[in-house]
Design a protein around this ligand. Structure first.
Ligand code: GAR
Length: 212
């Protein structure tokens, strides 16, 4: 298990980033470290969380670039300059193109707040996902951590966890329950598995090696 540089991309509250910081401080990632946090939104509370734990961070706002292509090229270059071994999209809400994915094949992971392939793909992000789940009337939802490929939310699934949906849920309440009961468990566990070199991809699916 080598020492890996973990880059975390955020846009909002950063509860997923916090779960990674907590896991790192509890020695769950061995020698691997969160070495850089990049926010697409200058007001993201995730930046405050990084600062509190003395993790270097930077803002790369989408509107500072002409288009998705220019933004993606700049982001790729920043990640390469940071010598990132793993890139974690932890509530990253900005669209990026294949330039980033091509530079980090099966080294970018994303957390999505539903059980993929339900309620995922274009337009399904943040609260919209939970609104759609409640509209459909599903009895369970949950979260998925997966590798990122150019097609939105379509990459190999690493971990999933189901969470019950209750009759009186609002999108906000369901979001909070899924964050607390699924996301905050899955995100650090997926990063730990990656840092321990235990995830391989075969025929579009992941295989997770047992602990030795
Ligand atoms: C989380 O629920 C995450 O799963 C979701 O946004 C929230 C970010 O919260 N991500 C997506 O919808 C990605 N398509 P956080 O900033 O507190 O980690």
């Amino acid at each position: 298990m080598g020492k890996k540089n973990i880059a975390v991309l955020v846009s909002g509250g950063g509860t997923n980033l916090q779960s990674l910081i907590d896991a790192q401080e509890n020695d769950r990632f061995g020698e691997s470290r969160i070495t850089c946090v990049i926010a697409s939104n200058p007001d993201a509370y995730a930046l405050t969380r990084a600062a509190k734990h003395k993790i270097p961070s930077m803002v790369m706002a989408r509107k500072a670039y002409a288009d998705v292509h220019a933004y993606s090229a700049a982001l790729r270059d920043a990640l390469l300059a940071a010598h990132a071994d793993l890139v974690v999209l932890a509530g990253f809400m900005t669209i990026i193109d294949a330039q980033v994915f091509d530079a980090f094949p099966y080294r970018i992971i994303n957390i999505h707040p539903s059980l993929i392939p339900s309620f995922c793909g274009k337009g399904f992000y943040g609260l919209h996902v939970h609104e759609a789940a409640l509209k459909k009337g599903v009895k369970v939802s949950g979260a998925t951590v997966h590798f990122v490929v150019p097609e939105c939310d379509a990459g190999p699934i690493i971990l999933q966890k189901a969470v019950e949906v209750r009759d009186d849920d609002t999108p906000e309440i369901l979001q909070k329950r899924i964050m607390a009961e699924a996301e905050q468990e899955l995100m650090p566990e997926a990063v730990r598995l990656f840092c321990e070199d235990r995830i391989t991809v075969k025929d579009g699916k992941t295989v997770i090696k047992n602990e030795e």
